[in-house]
Design a binder for this molecule. Sequence first.
Ligand SMILES: CC(C)(COP(=O)(O)OP(=O)(O)OC[C@H]1O[C@@H](n2cnc3c(N)ncnc32)[C@H](O)[C@@H]1OP(=O)(O)O)[C@@H](O)C(=O)NCCC(=O)NCCS
Length: 287
Amino acid sequence: MAVAVRPAGTDTEQLPRTVGGREAAPEEWREWSEEPGHDLVATDGGRAVGGIHVSVVGQTEAWMEAIRVHPEAQGRGIAGQLVREAEGVARRYGAAVMRTAIPVHEYSAVAVAERAGYRQLFRAVVLETDVPTGPPHVPYDAPVEQPRPEQTPAVLRFLERTQTVQAWEKLVPLGWRFRRLIPELVRGLIKDHRTALALRPERSEDPQACVLFARHEDAYIISTIDGSPSGMQAVFGEVVEQAQGHAGRVVIFTPDHELLAPLAVREWRHHPWCPEGLIVVQKNLAS
Ligand SMILES: CC(C)(COP(=O)(O)OP(=O)(O)OC[C@H]1O[C@@H](n2cnc3c(N)ncnc32)[C@H](O)[C@@H]1OP(=O)(O)O)[C@@H](O)C(=O)NCCC(=O)NCCS
């Protein structure tokens, strides 16, 4: 019987996130997600044999994740079919581009993306550390401030010039989903107090570092942190101070482990879902 792919209802049977001992998505992807999405289910003779999740993350941007196929049904093109259906859903919501992140070590998923016409954009590393208990190191020459919404253009201009955002082709991750860094996004993060700037000692308009972050019960997540070494220490100290007593760990997304050297964190652990990092891929849905 042919495999059918349909949106999942509330009572639809779905494949678990882990299939054959492999995790299709990190444990926290739903808790950290910033927007709702759609679960699609592949069924064969009434039995769930595959699944995927697709979210619209910007006016014309979509993100897919948690693709998985039952081990006994793998190699029959079901993943390819799930990707095509997810793309169809994204197009119906006006998305012109679809992206996803794949752990570097997941060769099958990388192969699926390549066969489906996705091109590799860049890599990211996800690191975590326990929230330090003592008072954070506060450099004297980098006072920290939460920007006001009218500072959105200046914050955006600063972020766009950072090595991090340039390496990521002007995308930033919120939760596990990368999306374009646009003024509306920065303004929203500023309004939600999810941004901190390290100013210059003379307090000129130009910041020397910036952090974008999210607060969750299990972790504080830094999507982007970049700037001068003491500026980075200062904004990291701000996040750590906020996290103390609220969460056990800080998770950071970065293009390169080395960029975090100024933070002088003694022990970084690679996120267990992607110990060798992530590959972010993209496909233009209009073509
Ligand atoms: C990744 C996964 C979803 C692939 O499912 P699948 O149904 O076996 O994949 P498909 O049969 O649709 O394969 C699609 C294409 O990728 C190719 N492909 C799939 N696995 C491959 C592999 N290990 N090596 C090389 N090519 C592979 C297939 O040949 C196929 O190309 P074709 O259409 O030209 O023949 C499945 O292995 C899985 O569930 N893995 C565990 C969960 C996981 O890692 N999810 C991804 C997290 S990002």
